[in-house]
Structure formats: C-alpha cells, structure tokens
Write a protein that binds this ligand. Structure first.
Ligand code: PGA
Ligand code: ZN
Length: 387
C-alpha cells in the first residue's frame, strides 16, 4: 500500500492555446503520476460543468488535496467518491469537473506507476472489478478526422467531422492524398482544431467526394481496409433523416455520430430503425446525446435509439463513473468509442483507457498534430507489447 503524500495542480496550455489543468500526485513510497484535462469546443448542455482552470487549480490545491492526502492511492473508487461528495452537485459545478477529473486520472496513473505496471493493465483490472466481467485488453482501430466543418472548421460545411476508420499508417497516406487533391482542385483550406482540413467548400457531399477520391488514390477501397464515418454534431448542424440516409447509402458510411440534437431521442430511434432496414452493419453513436452519463445511456438503451456511445472522460468527470458507463454499454451490447476533445494536451491517457476496456474504436483526430499523434503512437507501443 502507498498513501497520497501531496497533490499539486498547475495551469498548462492545451492544443488551442487555452489554459487547462495538470495534476501531479506523489505518494509516500516515492511513486508519482501526472495527468492533464482535455476540453471541448462543440460541447453539449448535458456535460459536467467545467470551472475556470485557475479556480479549478485552487480548488484542487486548497480543497481536494487536504481531503485526499493520506488515502491509499489504489482506492480509486473511494477517492472519486470523496471528490463527488465534496463537490455535492449533480453536475460537479462546485469544484469543477475539470478539477475533479485531473485528480481522478492522476490517481490511476500514480497507482499504476506505484505497482510498476502499464496504465492500461491497471485500468483493465479496475474495469473488470467494476463490471464484474473478465475482459482482455485489446487495441482499438482509430477513427481519424480528415475534413472538418461546423464549430471545428470555421468554414461553410455543416457536418463537423468527416472521418476514416483504419490503421494510422493508412490515415496518414490518405491525409496527404487529400492535401494533394485540394491543391489540384485549387481549393483553399485551413487546418481545423483536430488537424483535419477545413476547406473553403460549401457542400458536405463535396467533402465526401474528396475523401472517397483520396482513399482510392491512396490505394484503398471504401468498405474494405478503410471505412467512412461522420460526426454530424447535430446540435449545430441540422440535416434531415432522408438526407442522412441518402449520404449513408451513396457513400457507404459505416459510422454516424450525433445525427440530431442532444434532446432528439425520437429522431435517433427512427434513424436507427431505418438504418437497420438496410443492413445490420452500421454504427449509430450518441455523443452529446449521452454525454458519458449512465442515466442517459440507460434511457437510450431502453428506447433503442443507438448502438454505440462516445466516451469522453471530461463529460462526466471521474474515471470511476466513466468505467461504469462503459460497463453498462458493454452489457447492452453497445459499441463504445473512446474519444479525445478538440482541446487536447500531450497526455495519452485515453489510449490506455481504450485498450483497457477493449474499445473497438478510438477517436483522436487527424494523425498529424503532436497531441493527437501521441495517442496513436501510444496504441502502437501497446500493440508491440502484446506481440
Ligand atoms: P469537441 O468535439 O471536443 O469540440 O466537443 C468533439 C465531438 O463533437 O466529438
Ligand atoms: Zn461528437
């Protein structure tokens, strides 16, 4: 056993140049661990509340740390519960979900370091304990955004993310191919928040055509080694059911995230029924719909609205609650996709989390910016350990 000796929070900058929280924990035994907190740009109303990172750091240093010092670093459930109770609000608005999450993630990393085992292994053990089911860690397939619009793009495209689902090396090839196509077609572009192209085009279909051309010119076939996905981010982009089905059929789109707004439960359910008429092999993901909350996922399961869930640690604010949501998803046969946020740091925690819970997929942006690539590289490192 090793008890917490001190907890220190400080401000660092995220990939958008915005302040966020980094937490370092040290134990009596000399083990330590650091974790940092991501944040979103296209956030939903159901997400836990974040406080100003400066306030969050003060809350950690002055309120959370004194409560947790002396606790056993391996008692993740108790540590998370203590913070939830200390906060006392449903949405973690008192201390801030970003403050609580920083400590929660740093706790797990410190415990893994203390035990001298990889983080994914530590998380896997805790996940098995929470879910009551034995599960072998497994490396997920990346969902990589190639073209962006909406809140991430700052261009005229409505759909937020046009993704390809494949191995990282394929994603890099396709990304470069798309760059060539944009140059050849003389389309101006910027680079969006997650490293994807934000082209100066108007129609979502044109973005899909560019991606399909890019993957075929890179030597792939849509639906074989490479699959397509969309994050419509339906809180901000309004497309009809018919239009979505049309895109799904025409471009053989495997995965559709947040096709509608975060309160449009019926529309999700209707789309699911219609997708099922076509084939059983699709992924309909709720992101802002579920906000990584157990009650919301249970509502979705009861009402047959989706078959997958996006998992973002900062939507709920503790590791324990995140793992509880994943356990529920698995029980209901929902595919869970562990996801980054548009505001990221160099922390690779989500790569270990995805492996620990044997997520089929992980979303970590285009495989180009450092803070995104680091997560994919961590997956490759784990993959090598498995061999
Ligand atoms: P966000 O977007 O991190 O900016 O909220 C990601 C998403 O909607 O999946
Ligand atoms: Zn999303």
């Amino acid at each position: 056993m090793s008890t917490i000796k001190d907890i220190e929070a400080q401000i660092i900058n995220d990939s958008r140049g915005m302040p966020t929280i980094e937490v370092k924990i040290r134990t009596q035994s000399g083990a330590s661990g650091i974790a940092s907190v991501p944040s979103g740009t296209s956030t939903g109303k159901k997400e836990a509340t974040l406080v100003d990172p400066k306030v969050g750091c003060e809350n950690i240093n002055k309120i959370i740390a004194p409560k947790l010092i002396g606790m056993d670093i391996q008692k993740q459930a108790e540590i998370d519960q203590t913070m939830v109770e200390l906060d006392g609000t449903e949405e973690k608005s008192q201390l801030g979900a970003n403050a609580i999450l920083g400590v929660s993630l740093a706790t797990a990393r410190t415990a893994a370091n203390f035990l001298k085992i990889p983080l994914y292994q530590y998380l896997n053990q805790y996940f098995c304990q929470i879910s009551g089911v034995e599960l072998k860690p497994a490396v997920p397939t990346p969902m990589m955004v190639m073209i962006c619009g909406g809140k991430h793009g700052g261009n005229k495209l409505c759909i937020q993310e046009f993704l390809i689902i494949s191995q990282v090396k394929n994603g890099i090839k396709i990304w470069h191919q798309i760059e060539k196509i944009l140059h050849n077609r003389k389309i101006q572009f910027k680079i969006g928040l997650e490293g994807a192209f934000s082209p100066d085009i108007v129609y979502d279909e044109e973005a899909l055509e560019i991606i399909v051309q890019g993957l075929s010119e890179a030597g792939f076939q849509n639906g074989h080694e490479v699959f397509l996905g969309l994050d419509i981010a339906g809180n901000h982009c309004h497309i009809s059911n018919e239009e979505i089905l049309k895109l799904h059929k025409k471009y053989n789109i495997f995965s559709i995230e947040d096709p509608f707004g975060e309160y449009d439960w019926e529309k999700f359910g209707q789309l699911k029924l219609e997708l099922e008429e076509g084939s059983k092999d699709f992924l309909l993901l709720g992101d802002d719909l579920f906000a990584t909350h157990k009650k919301l996922l249970q509502k979705g399961i009861n009402n047959l609205v989706a078959n997958g869930i996006i998992i973002k640690v900062n939507q709920v604010g503790t590791l324990t609650e995140t793992l509880e949501v994943i356990a529920l998803a698995k029980k209901a046969d929902y595919t869970h996709v562990v996801s980054h946020r548009s505001g990221e740091t160099n922390d690779t925690f989500i790569a270990d989390l995805a492996v620990a819970t044997a997520a089929k997929f992980i979303k970590s942006g285009a495989p180009i910016p450092k803070e995104r690539l680091l997560k994919y590289q961590r997956l490759e490192e784990i993959q090598r350990e498995f061999k």
